[in-house]
Design a protein around this ligand. Structure first.
Ligand code: B12
Ligand code: SF4
Length: 489
C-alpha cells in the first residue's frame, strides 16, 4: 500500500498563536480523501507531535502545508527530503502565490484550493494521467518551472468528505476541534489573503452536511472552532444551521470569526447563544476612520462599539483584533487604540502589525518598502516593511506597548475583582508571550533601528556593528533599546 505523510510545521518565532494546538483543515481533508483511496496516511501537525525526518523518509511522498510564517521550515524539510530522494509536494496560501520560489525546494506545488486537484495529482502519480492534466499544479518539466492552469471552478463544499480524525497523529490531544462551514468572503480587505485563496464568492456547506460532521463530535467534551472567515456572511443559512444545532441538542461550546454586522441581527445572536456560542473573533482593525477606508474594511467605529455592546448583552465573549501600520496611522493613535479596546471591555485583544502577505493588494502596494523576505518574521508581530508615518521601531514598539498596556497589572486586578477568570488567564498568557517576544527579538529590533537610521540619513550603523555591540555589551544595548522605547512613549 503506498504511503503518504502530510506535515504542518509550526512557527519558529514566538507569538500568541505560535503554540496553539489547532491544525489547519487542509491536511485533514486531503488525508481523509486519500485514505478513502486506499493509501496509508498519517497527518503530523508539529504543534501536536514532533516531525522527524527519518520517519518522513519512510513515505513514498510527503505533503507539506505552509503559511508564510512557517514556509521556511517547510522549505527546509523539503530540502532535506530531496537529499534523501523522497519527493515532496507543497500547498497552502504562501506557495500558492510564490510557486517559483517553492519549486526551488520541492518537486511539486499545488496552488489554491487543492482537494480535487490533489486527487488528479495522485492519478498522475499512479501513472493514470499526465501531470499536464492536473489543474493548479506547478512542477519542473524538462528543467523548466511549469505552471498548469488553475481549476476552472472552485470546490463544491458538499462534495468533500466528513473529516476522519483518525488520520491525525496524536489527534486525541486536541481540545478544540476544527470544522469549516463556508469558504470565501464577499469583502476585500487589502491585507487579507483569504479572497485571493478562496475567492469573494461566499460558498457554504448544506446544513445536513455540516450536521453529519458535528454529530460525530457530540459528547466528546471538546469545543468547536468554526474555521469560517465570516460565519454569518449569509445570515439565513447561519440561522438554519444554528436552529438545527439547537433542535438536535448539540451540547458543545463553539467559537468563530464574524464581522461587526452580526450585531445588526438580534435573532441571529440569540440563536448563536442558544446554540453554544462562546467567543466571537472580530477584526476591528483600527480606531482611525481613514485607515478603515484605506484598508477597504467597509466598517465604522460606531459599528465596532455597537457590535461589542450588543454581543456582550447576549453573554458572548469578544476577541478583538487591531492592526497598526496603515498610511494614515500615527504614533498617537496607538494609545487611543488601547484605550478604546479597554473601554470596550472585551475579553481579549490583539494589536498586530500590518504585514504584506504575498497575494494581497497590500503586498503589491508596499513591495518597494519591504525590508526582509525572511518569511518566518511574517507573523504580524514583526515589522517587515517601512511604513509611511512611523519609524519601523516605533511601529514595532507600538505592538509591544499595546499588549503591555492592555494586559496591564491594573487590568488584571480589575479582572480578579470582577471574577473574570477567562480574561485573567488570557491576560497572564499574553503578558508572558509579550515578554518572551521582547527578549527573543532584541537582535531584530537592532536591525530595524539601523534601517530607521539609514532612512533618516542619521549616521546609520550596520547590522554587524549593532550585533557586535549586542554581543560585547548586552547592558548598553538594552539601555539603548530602553532609551529608544522611552523616546517613543
Ligand atoms: C484556523 C486559522 C488559524 C488558527 C490555526 C492556525 C494554524 N494551525 O496555522 C489560529 C487561530 C491559531 C491561526 C493563527 C494564525 N493565523 Co490563521 N487562519 C486560520 C484560517 C481562518 C483557517 C485555516 C484553514 O483551515 N482553512 C481551510 C483549509 C481547507 O484551507 P488550508 O488549510 O489552507 O488548505 C487548503 C489549501 O491551502 C491547500 N493546501 C494547504 N496545505 C496543503 C498541503 C498540500 C500538500 C497540498 C497539496 C495542498 C495544501 O489545499 C487545502 C484544501 O483546499 C485561515 C483563513 C482561511 N480561510 O484559510 C487563517 C490564515 C491561514 N491565518 C493567517 C495568519 C496570518 C495567521 C497568524 C500569523 C495570525 C496572527 N496574527 O497571529 C497566526 C499564525 C499561526 C501559526 N501557525 O503560526 C493567514 C495566513 C496568510 C499567509 N499567507 O500566511 C490566513 C490565510 C488568514 C488571512 N486573513 O489571510 N490561524
Ligand atoms: S479580513 Fe475578514 S472581512 Fe476582510 S477580506 Fe479578509 S476575511 Fe473578509
Amino acid at each position: 500500500m503506498p504511503k503518504i505523510i502530510f506535515v504542518e510545521p509550526k512557527a519558529t518565532e514566538e507569538h500568541i498563536f505560535a503554540r496553539f494546538k489547532l491544525p489547519r483543515l487542509g491536511l485533514l481533508i486531503l488525508g481523509t480523501m486519500i485514505k478513502k483511496r486506499g493509501w496509508d496516511v498519517e497527518v503530523i501537525i508539529e504543534n501536536l507531535s514532533p516531525i522527524r525526518i527519518d520517519d518522513l523518509s519512510r513515505a513514498d511522498i510527503v505533503g507539506i502545508s505552509a503559511i508564510t510564517n512557517t514556509v521556511e521550515k517547510a522549505y527546509s524539510l523539503a530540502d532535506r527530503l530531496r537529499k534523501k530522494g523522497v519527493p515532496a509536494i507543497l500547498g497552502g496560501p504562501h506557495v500558492t502565490f510564490m510557486p517559483d520560489e517553492a519549486l526551488e525546494h520541492a518537486d511539486f506545488v499545488l496552488r489554491g484550493e487543492a482537494e480535487f486537484p490533489f486527487m488528479d495529482f495522485i492519478d498522475a502519480w499512479e501513472g493514470r494521467r499526465p501531470f499536464t492534466d492536473v489543474p493548479g499544479l506547478s512542477y519542473m518539466k524538462d528543467g523548466i518551472k511549469t505552471h498548469n492552469r488553475p481549476p476552472e471552478k472552485p470546490t463544491v463544499l458538499d462534495d468533500l468528505p466528513v473529516i476522519d480524525l483518525s488520520v491525525l497523529k496524536n489527534g486525541d490531544s486536541l481540545k478544540v476541534l476544527p470544522v469549516q462551514t463556508s469558504r470565501g468572503c464577499p469583502f476585500d480587505c487589502s491585507f487579507c489573503s483569504v479572497t485571493g485563496m478562496f475567492g469573494r464568492k461566499f460558498r457554504y456547506r448544506s446544513t445536513e452536511h455540516i450536521m453529519k460532521e458535528l454529530r460525530t463530535y457530540r459528547n466528546m467534551g471538546k469545543m468547536i472552532f468554526f474555521y469560517d472567515d465570516h460565519f454569518a456572511a449569509n445570515k439565513a443559512r447561519a440561522k438554519e444551521l444554528l436552529r438545527e444545532m439547537i433542535r438536535e441538542g448539540l451540547n458543545f461550546k463553539w467559537s468563530t470569526q464574524v464581522r461587526v454586522e452580526v450585531a445588526r441581527d438580534r435573532e441571529l445572536l440569540e440563536l448563536m447563544k442558544r446554540a453554544g456560542c462562546h467567543t466571537l473573533f472580530i477584526g476591528f482593525e483600527s480606531v482611525n476612520p481613514r485607515s478603515l477606508v484605506e484598508m477597504n474594511k467597509s466598517q465604522t467605529i460606531e459599528d465596532i462599539k455597537n457590535a461589542v455592546s450588543v454581543i456582550h448583552s447576549y453573554g458572548i465573549h469578544v476577541h478583538g483584533m487591531f492592526v497598526y501600520g496603515f498610511e494614515n496611522d500615527t504614533n498617537e493613535m496607538v494609545n487611543q487604540t488601547v484605550d478604546f479596546a479597554t473601554a470596550l471591555d472585551i475579553t481579549s485583544a490583539q494589536f498586530l502589525i500590518l504585514t504584506p502577505y504575498p497575494g494581497t493588494a497590500f503586498h503589491h502596494k508596499v513591495k518597494e518598502s519591504i525590508i526582509t523576505s525572511a518569511w518566518s518574521l511574517y507573523d504580524t508581530h514583526h515589522v517587515v516593511f517601512s511604513p509611511k508615518n512611523f519609524s519601523m521601531m516605533k511601529l514595532q514598539y507600538s505592538q509591544i506597548k499595546s499588549h503591555r498596556k492592555f494586559y496591564s497589572m491594573k487590568r488584571m486586578i480589575n479582572l480578579i475583582r470582577r471574577k473574570k477568570w477567562l480574561a485573567l488567564g488570557i491576560a497572564f498568557y499574553a503578558r508572558f508571550i509579550n515578554f518572551l517576544f521582547v527578549i527573543q527579538n532584541i537582535r531584530y529590533f537592532l536591525k530595524i533601528i539601523s534601517h530607521d537610521r539609514a532612512r533618516a540619513g542619521a549616521g546609520s550603523i550596520t547590522i554587524r556593528q549593532a550585533m557586535s555591540e549586542l554581543e560585547n555589551n548586552q547592558a548598553s544595548v538594552s539601555e539603548h533599546y530602553e532609551k529608544e522605547c522611552h523616546a517613543m512613549k
